[in-house]
Design a binder for this molecule. Structure first.
Ligand code: ATP
Length: 234
């Protein structure tokens, strides 16, 4: 579904990605793990063309999307939920969710998906008329994910969905990501500081160090690798 080949990204003189190769197959949950500053977020940004790929190729559903405008990538079904709960603060919860579906024309299915999102996140239903900016951090995170689901993505890219959340909510968010994947058949590419949780729900994982993939494999093998355990799993 997604194929990244020899991806290089620079921020000015900083060579942030040094030839990343990565594949996400349809139906999978793939996670990227690595230390702070390793290049995880940059990889996701390059896929959505929020930052420019200096070198390399990105294919989505067999099509070369390197350099394709970010808004056009969204239209192809690749939805990126960035770090830090970007919701439209002056709009209600309901309006944010409707906005997620604005490119869709399948009105009946939209209604069903809205019910599904409310089922996954009962809190959003309770607060559907509340201004999003007044919701708690965890609630805004749920809303950002819910809005992503409402766009009916083929590939959902999630950057640190558990960031800043209380432990109980972290568990809930991961369960929801798993559900989105298994019940809604949405392929997921996930970046997480919480490597333990991410590896538990993922099918496969890539470990990134200073802009390079240093290991990849089945999540169950990566989680039991000694060097990974020492470096990332505490
Ligand atoms: P974290 O887990 O801390 O979010 P990360 O693996 O997602 O880290 P990136 O955010 O991709 O790491 O950053 C990779 C490198 O690029 C870091 O050295 C970072 O300082 C640098 N970098 C990221 N964004 C910019 C920017 N806008 N300008 C300059 N350097 C940047």
């Amino acid at each position: 579904m997604l194929k990244i080949e020899n991806l290089h990204v620079y921020y000015g003189n900083i060579h942030a990605l040094k030839g990343i190769d990565m594949v996400v197959n349809e139906g999978e949950i793939v996670t990227l793990i690595g230390a702070n500053g390793a290049g995880k977020t940059t990889t996701l940004r390059a896929v959505s063309n929020i930052v420019e790929a200096r070198e390399g190729k990105i294919e989505f559903l067999g099509e070369d999307i390197t350099g394709v405008k970010a808004t056009d990538i969204v239209k192809k079904g690749l939805i990126h939920v960035p770090e830090g709960r970007r919701v439209f603060a002056q709009m209600t919860v309901m309006e944010n969710l409707e906005l997620g579906a604005y490119l869709r024309k399948d009105k009946d299915v939209i209604k069903r998906d809205l019910e599904m999102v409310f089922n996954m996140f009962p809190r959003l239903y309770e607060r559907k008329n509340q201004l999003s900016g007044t919701m708690s951090g965890g609630e805004q995170q749920m809303l950002a994910i819910g809005r992503g689901i409402m766009s009916k993505p083929k590939l959902l890219i999630l950057d640190e969905p558990s960031m800043g959340l209380a432990p109980l909510l972290v568990k809930e968010i991961f369960e929801i990501v798993k559900k989105v994947n298994s019940e809604s058949k949405i392929t997921v590419l996930l970046v997480e500081q919480n490597a333990n949780m991410a590896l538990k729900i993922a099918d496969r994982a890539y470990v990134i160090e200073t802009g390079k993939v240093v290991m990849n494999g089945l999540a169950k093998d990566v989680i039991s690798d000694n060097s990974v355990r020492e470096a990332y799993l505490g």
